[in-house]
Design a protein around this ligand. Structure first.
Ligand code: ADP
Ligand code: MG
Length: 237
């Protein structure tokens, strides 16, 4: 009985916001290109996870999103796949410099995991992905960013360092992801996150993912997202 209740809670989905697009049921419903479908097959993903079913149509339609779901629910692909579509949809941007997609994550390990996932889907398009986090040579990262990329995955502190060194410009950035926002705040990155957001044009698309929504994260979300749709999967504290 207890287990059944726990299981039900873990499946509960709540969506709020206005003009919410209908969730999709299959990857085919998203209209992904054959390249992306190929990469999905290669990953062995058969059907989208709960958060993906809700998030894909929301993000693909250009809306901001707050995604709240526990670890392991497939949040990375939920923002990486629409990001590839977003980048390919903006050929006029290809002429400029600097990343189009900017992803902030709390730790090196997470940034690296996201980097690997993004690369799998970006590769067929020649979209360049750079990872920027502590523990690697700043000079090497500076050089890599100078060479150019369409996607940057970064920890907030190191991205600020790179921005100060003018290794990259944010003029082309139109797709911002804050992943594990609660952990970034726990680690004291709120000032860095705010500084990064402040350097990205306000007409960007913003995605915020978090396992929990403490008051500070809620406040940031209210300040930096535009008419977001909130998707909560499972009971979240
Ligand atoms: P989260 O960020 O929510 O913690 P991840 O994005 O890291 O979750 O995904 C957790 C695991 O699930 C990863 O191993 C990922 O490859 C896998 N995964 C993601 N989407 C799917 C899917 N649609 N079908 C099967 N596995 C998936
Ligand atoms: Mg994650």
């Amino acid at each position: 009985e207890q287990d059944v209740n726990e299981y039900r809670k873990s499946l509960a989905i709540r969506v709020s916001g206005f003009d919410v697009p209908k969730p999709i049921k299959t990857f085919e419903d998203c209209g992904f290109s054959t390249q992306i479908m190929g990469a999905i097959k290669k990953q062995g993903y058969e059907k989208p996870t709960s958060i993906q079913c809700q998030a894909f149509p929301i993000v693909l339609s250009g809306r901001d999103i707050i995604g709240i779901a526990k670890t392991g629910s497939g949040k990375t692909a939920a923002f990486v796949l629409p990001m590839i579509v977003h980048i390919m949809d903006q050929p006029e941007l290809q002429k400029e410099e600097g990343p189009i997609g900017v992803i902030c994550a709390p730790t090196r390990e997470l940034a690296h995991q996201i980097f690997l996932e993004a690369k799998k889907f970006a590769k067929p398009y020649g979209i360049r992905v750079s990872a920027v986090y502590g523990g690697m040579s700043k000079l090497d990262q500076f050089k890599e960013l100078k060479a150019g990329c369409e996607i940057v995955v970064a920890t907030p502190g190191r991205l600020i360092d790179m921005l100060k060194m003018k290794a990259l410009t944010m003029t082309r950035a139109t797709y911002l992801v804050l992943d594990e926002a609660d952990r970034m705040f726990d680690l004291g990155f709120e000032p860095q996150v705010r500084s990064i957001v402040g350097q990205i044009r306000p007409d960007r698309q913003t995605l915020l993912f978090s396992a929990t929504m403490p008051r500070k994260v809620e406040k940031l979300a209210r300040e930096i997202l535009t008419d977001p749709i909130r998707v909560t999967v499972g009971e979240v504290g």
